[in-house]
Write a protein that binds this ligand. Structure first.
Ligand code: 5RP
Length: 231
């Protein structure tokens, strides 16, 4: 007897998806480029979620075999529910990857990490030969930081050190990201905290400067990555 996954038809994003129609269109276009045998890095967030669903539909209809490299446990679970086999960066290199973004500037520099998965997302993007960033019109900005802070994933033991180091940057606010219930900080999958930092200016070298602060695991700034924008 074939086992039918009861969750497969009820899979839903946790909250309302903003600009869902635009996100769905770009997700559907992304799925068209999936080929048999592809190893695909899969980003996190609602746009990536819609893309995974479109990809699952295509591989089912065309009987394709692919392997996904998920960027979070949530994405891994979604892939598993949809019957998409997964592997990890430790075992395979992605042929290509896709992901969403919170902000994109005219140089294709990004802010990511509203979902807190930017460390793993950066590893996957940096490991892929080709990356597609799926965005709707609300993500385009003239200057990075216009709408969103830059998230920093920080080892909890380094919180004061990192805050002190940030004083040498032109920063207007540093906020510890709290859980929705407000009863504690958000912890990443690796057990780190997130500091949401508003910089007065975001210059081209900022990503490297931030990653040189002891205790900063990774930032949500993506400057100078070879990405293809899909909107
Ligand atoms: C998660 C991310 C997301 O890709 C980013 O927040 C965009 O999310 P959405 O597609 O839901 O608008 O970086 O860490």
């Amino acid at each position: 007897m074939t086992w039918k996954n009861p969750l497969a038809n009820n899979l839903q994003w946790s909250s309302d998806i903003s600009n869902k129609e635009a996100k769905q269109k770009v997700a559907t276009r992304l799925a068209e480029r999936v080929k048999d045998g592809d190893i695909i890095g899969v980003g996190s967030g609602s746009t990536a979620f819609l893309a995974i669903q479109s990809i699952a539909k295509k591989i089912k209809e065309e009987n394709l075999k692919i392997l996904a490299i998920p960027t979070s446990h949530e994405v891994a679970l979604t892939c598993s529910i949809l019957g998409i086999p997964t592997t990890s960066l430790a075992s395979a290199k992605p042929d290509w990857a896709f992901d969403g973004a919170d902000e994109v500037d005219p140089h294709n520099h990004l802010i990511k990490g509203r979902g807190g998965a930017m460390f793993h997302e950066k590893l996957v993007i940096a490991s892929s030969n080709e990356t597609y960033i799926l965005v709707d019109h609300s993500k385009f900005v003239e200057k990075l930081g216009s709408k969103h802070p830059v998230p920093l994933e920080v080892d909890p033991r380094a919180v004061h050190l990192v805050e002190t180091c940030l004083e040498s940057f032109e920063v207007s606010s540093v906020d510890l990201r709290m859980a929705q219930s407000k009863d504690g900080p958000v912890l990443t999958e690796a057990g780190h905290i997130i500091l949401d930092v508003r910089f007065n200016h975001i210059e081209p070298g900022l990503e490297k400067e931030l990653s040189s602060i002891p205790g900063v695991i990774e930032s949500g700034l993506f400057q100078g990555y070879n990405i293809n924008l899909m909107s």
